[in-house]
Design a protein around this ligand. Structure first.
Ligand SMILES: [Zn+2]
Length: 686
């Protein structure tokens, strides 16, 4: 591993932060923290922590000795000075005299000694940083160091690699006891440059930011050099089917098997979103004949547990010619994973006071021979975090197996970590949104109604795929929505284009739960005279377009087996024809019945089908020019024309989106038509 320290960059950061009143000590602490945090082989997703001992003025103006240490909720990769809250150092050091200290008391005491009472909680490893006397202390979960530290003979191996340069600390869960033990190991030989924490990670320290950082890089490099020596062949491959099923076919089966019916609300599911990874390293790992042995032991460092659970779900290889067998085996594997999780919880919770509350038992990582690995999460973001950690785990275990044997922590230690109240707090306690874990596709996604639906479903927690003829615009809207929304081209009049679009959604998110079939365009002509070609063109888009996307959506929903929701944008024309508007109204009327047919045919599969019957919305269908012309023809102002309904209120794309959202949430509603037109008696349903 190469040092990324650059004098010019370090000094530039000192100068920049000086303008904000931040001193040199803290500015350089920010600089090297970011160097560490930006390398996934050192630190992932909020893991690791750093500190500097310095001085600061408290609110009374007195100069006090402080420890600036990473605050919870911050990521080293993009940390700011505010992410390293200052804690009074002397009171922290006094705690060394205690024999015991509960985690809760430790957190309270640390908070009570913050210079800024509004600062985030100092890291749970604060006392370890405080008890080491060096000015700068760096801590990472380096992949290479873990490949060494996760061996049955880790201590002997470390002694061989590091001699007396690093002290070795046996595994103890983070907190007061570990801080004391680490300090004792250090004090036994204060010439050490750092400490290896068995089955956890590595600390280095130094008189300045550069020394501490460079010692980390040097220690990691020595681990890498050892891992390159005397390697044995790893992961002898198991036999695979001749043809492996594609990702888009596998993902919905996995996703469905890893969903749980909501015990409180009939028809509701707790679903997860998927994030897929593959590479030669991942394939060698998941295709290994001994996968069950090396992959099922536990995490490579304890704080991964809250993101990935202790072990992954292992599936059989998906045979492209026998997806039925893969589905059956996947369901059985998921069920036994869930049963094993319940048993693990009961075993480790027995006799505890107070009793712990069980977390959801669903897997967060799935390994699929022949294909790769999946991260699973309640959002795409969480799924990607789990996948990042799983990828890293593959590298760590591969190297560990190449020079010896990977050995994880004992189950009881893993349980302590998974159910540690301080770790649980890292996950936050924000209430979940009603569509969390659900995936929505919206056709005509770049139009006014499509974009409004996307924004509203997203605000309610759904993952969003925008499909539109105009790929550039779909992408642009997805980019503006942010939060992982994707946009791409789809021509709903072309079967191949529709199939590809839905395969992309299944591959990217793992499946689909909500379809808003919204793409459409208007054709006019008096029905007795209109060219048949025009009528057919309109049917192609305004009827068959809906049928094609609904068919592809249902295919995915059936593979998942967790129901779903089809939502069709039908027009007022479907109920109440306008003069010379037959070419538009006729296919829309057919689409209204299409919605009912889906409700009838797939109700038993939990798939609901509903329609919104909207009128007079400013959009690509009703342009400013058309509004001006129609208002003029009726002798009305544009405003009066747009509000020409019983309530005299203009109906907006957002109003239509609200109706779709309601239908997506109403679990007991199917074959419904919701009217959003401000009131029009002639178009009201009987
Ligand atoms: Zn750690």
């Amino acid at each position: 591993m190469k040092s990324r320290w650059r004098n010019e960059e370090a000094e530039a950061m000192v100068t920049r932060y000086a303008q904000q009143g931040v001193g040199r000590d803290l500015a350089l602490r920010v600089y090297t923290s970011r160097l560490l945090g930006q390398d996934p082989l050192l630190v992932l997703h909020g893991g690791g922590n750093t500190s500097v001992k310095s001085s600061a003025k408290d609110l009374a103006g007195d100069e006090v000795e402080v420890l600036c240490v990473k605050g919870s909720g911050w990521d080293l990769g993009d940390i700011e000075p505010a992410g390293l809250p200052a804690v009074r150092l002397k009171p922290l050091l006094k705690l060394r005299l205690r024999d015991k200290l509960s985690d809760e008391d430790m957190v309270r005491y640390q908070r009570a000694n913050l210079l800024d009472p509004g600062a985030p909680n100092p890291s749970v490893e604060t006392l370890l940083h405080a008890f080491l006397p060096q000015k700068y202390v760096d801590h990472t979960h380096s992949t290479a160091v873990l490949s060494i530290a996760d061996q049955p003979d880790a201590a002997a191996l470390c002694a061989e690699i590091y001699g007396r340069r690093l002290g070795i600390v046996p595994y103890i869960m983070p907190g007061f006891a570990l801080a004391k033990k680490a300090a004792e190991v250090y004090e036994a030989d204060p010439s050490v440059e750092g400490l290896v924490l068995v089955k956890h990670g590595i600390f280095t320290f130094g008189v300045d930011a550069r020394e501490s950082y460079e010692r980390m890089i040097a220690a990691v490099t020595r681990a890498e050099e050892r891992l390159a020596k005397d390697r044995k062949r790893i992961f002898a491959a198991t036999a695979l089917p001749a043809s492996i099923a594609p990702l888009h076919a596998v993902a919905p089966i996995l996703r469905g098997a890893c969903s749980e019916p909501d015990a409180k609300i009939e028809g509701a599911w707790r679903r997860l979103v998927l994030d897929f990874r593959s590479s030669p390293e991942i394939l060698a790992y998941v295709n290994g004949a001994e996968l069950e042995r090396y992959a099922q032991q536990g995490v490579v460092t304890p704080d991964h547990t809250i993101r990935t659970k202790n072990v992954p779900l292992i599936l059989p290889a998906p045979d492209a010619y026998d997806l039925g067998a893969f589905r059956t085996a996947t369901r059985a594997a998921a069920q036994s994973f869930i049963a094993a999780y319940h048993a693990y919880f009961r075993r480790n919770n027995a006799g505890r006071d107070p009793q712990k509350r069980e977390l959801d038992p669903l897997p967060r990582v799935a390994l699929v021979p022949g294909l790769g690995l999946f991260g699973l999460g309640r959002s795409k973001k969480d799924a990607a975090i789990a996948a990042d950690i799983a990828e890293n785990t593959v590298l760590t275990i591969a190297d560990a197996e190449a020079i010896g044997r990977f050995e994880a922590l004992a189950e009881a230690e893993l349980f302590e970590m998974e159910y540690w109240s301080l770790e649980q707090a890292k996950l936050g306690s924000v209430a979940e949104k009603p569509l969390a874990g659900q995936i929505a596709a919206i056709t005509g996604g770049a139009g006014a109604i499509g974009a409004a639906c996307a924004a509203l479903l997203k605000a309610n927690g759904a993952e969003i795929a925008l499909l539109d003829l105009d790929e550039g615009k779909a992408r642009e809207i997805a980019r503006r929505l942010g939060g992982g929304a994707i946009g791409f081209a789809c021509d709903v009049t072309d079967g191949a284009s529709v199939r590809q679009a839905f395969e992309k959604i299944a591959a990217h998110f793992g499946g689909l739960d909500i379809l808003v079939s919204n793409a459409g365009a208007a054709w006019q002509g008096r029905i007795g005279e209109v060219d048949e070609a025009i009528l057919r063109q309109s049917f192609e888009l305004n009827f068959f377009g809906h049928q094609r996307v609904a068919q592809e959506a249902v295919k995915i929903m059936l593979a998942q087996g967790t129901g779903g929701c089809l939502l069709f944008n039908v027009s007022k024309q479907a109920i109440n024809p306008g003069p010379a508007f037959g070419p538009y109204g006729l296919p829309k009327a057919a689409t209204l019945f299409l919605s009912r047919q889906y409700a009838l045919d797939y109700g038993k599969d939990g798939i609901r089908s509903n329609a919104v019957n909207a009128d007079r919305i400013r959009s690509g269908l009703l342009t400013p020019e058309m509004i001006a012309a129609r208002a003029g023809a009726r002798g009305l102002s544009e405003q009066d024309y747009m509000a020409g309904n019983l309530l005299s209120r203009e109906v907006t794309a957002e109003d239509v989106a609200q109706a779709f959202l309601h239908q997506a949430l109403a679990l007991k509603t199917t074959a419904d038509v919701t009217t959003v037109d401000g009131g029009n008696i002639a178009a009201s349903l009987r």
